[in-house]
Design a protein around this ligand. Structure first.
Ligand code: TYD
Length: 232
C-alpha cells in the first residue's frame, strides 16, 4: 500500500520508433489509463512541447525551408529538446506527475546520429548537455519495419514530412539504431512489435508502467551521467 501522505514519484516515459509505428495511439491510450487511475499526466511531443519548440518543429519538418544540413538539423532538434526538458518535463516530474513524450533524445541519436551519419556518440553527448542529463525512466520502442511504417503513414491522404519522405534505407538505418539503443539500455527499454494488436500493445505498456510505479524509489533517482550508446 502507498502512504497517501507521501508525494507520488514523478515518472518520465518516452515513446520511440520509426515513422508510422503507432506511437501517438499508444501514448494517448497510456495517458487515458493513467489519468483514469488518478494520476496527473503531462502528454507532450518532440520536436515541440513549448512555444519555441513548436516553431523549431515547423522549421525542421516542413518542406520548403531552404537547405538544412545535418548538423543544423541536429542542433535544431537539440534546441527544441533543451527548452522542453527545462520548461516542461523536469518541472512536471518534480511535481510528481507522469510525463509521456512522443519521442525524445533517442530519436536524435537514431535519426541524426545514425540516419544522417553524424555519429551516435556525438549526438548522445550533445543531447546529454542540452537536457542537463535528463533521460527517461522508461522508453517504449514500437519496432516497425520501413515497409510497414510507410504503408501506415501514407494511409489516407496524409502527406509525408521532410524526414518521413526519406527513402526506405534511411528508415532501415533508424530501425537498426533504435534496436541497438534498446539492447544497450535494457533497464529502461520496452521493445514491442508495432504490428501487434493495439489493445495487446496497450496492455503490455500499462503493465510495465505499473511495475515501474510500484518499484520502491522509482522516478526519484534518475541518471545524470551520459549513457553510452554501444555499452550496456
Ligand atoms: P512527427 O510528425 O512527430 O512524426 P511521428 O509521428 O513519426 O513522431 O515528426 C517527427 C519527425 O522528426 C520524425 O520523422 C522523426 C524526426 N525526428 C528527428 O529526426 N530527430 C529528433 O530528435 C526528433 C524528436 C524527431
Amino acid at each position: 500500500m502507498t502512504d497517501s501522505s507521501a508525494p507520488l514519484p514523478g515518472l518520465f516515459i518516452a515513446f520511440e520508433g520509426g515513422d508510422g509505428a503507432g506511437k501517438s495511439t499508444q501514448a494517448a491510450l497510456l495517458t487515458q489509463a493513467l489519468s483514469d487511475a488518478g494520476r496527473t499526466v503531462v502528454r507532450t511531443r518532440e520536436p515541440g512541447g513549448t512555444p519555441v519548440g513548436e516553431k523549431l518543429r515547423s522549421l525542421v519538418l516542413e518542406h520548403g525551408q531552404g537547405e538544412i544540413d545535418a548538423k543544423t538539423e541536429a542542433l535544431i532538434f537539440a534546441a527544441a529538446r533543451a527548452a522542453h526538458a527545462v520548461q516542461v518535463i523536469s518541472p512536471a516530474i518534480a511535481r510528481g506527475e507522469i510525463v509521456i513524450s512522443d519521442r525524445y533524445a533517442d530519436s536524435s541519436i537514431a535519426y541524426q546520429g545514425a540516419g544522417r551519419g553524424l555519429g551516435t556518440e556525438a549526438i548522445l553527448q550533445l543531447n546529454d548537455w542540452a537536457t542537463s542529463g535528463l533521460w527517461p525512466d522508461l522508453t517504449v520502442l514500437l519496432d516497425v519495419t520501413p515497409a510497414d511504417g510507410r504503408e501506415r503513414r501514407t494511409a489516407g491522404d496524409a502527406a509525408e514530412d521532410r524526414m518521413e519522405s526519406e527513402p526506405d534505407d534511411f528508415h532501415a538505418t533508424i530501425r537498426t539504431a533504435f534496436l541497438a539503443l534498446a539492447a544497450a539500455h535494457p533497464e529502461r527499454y520496452l521493445v514491442l512489435p508495432a504490428r501487434d494488436a493495439i489493445a495487446e500493445l496497450a496492455q503490455a505498456i500499462e503493465q510495465q508502467v505499473h511495475t515501474l510505479l510500484a518499484a520502491p524509489g522509482n522516478g526519484t533517482e534518475r541518471s545524470s551521467t551520459p549513457q553510452g550508446v554501444g555499452s550496456a
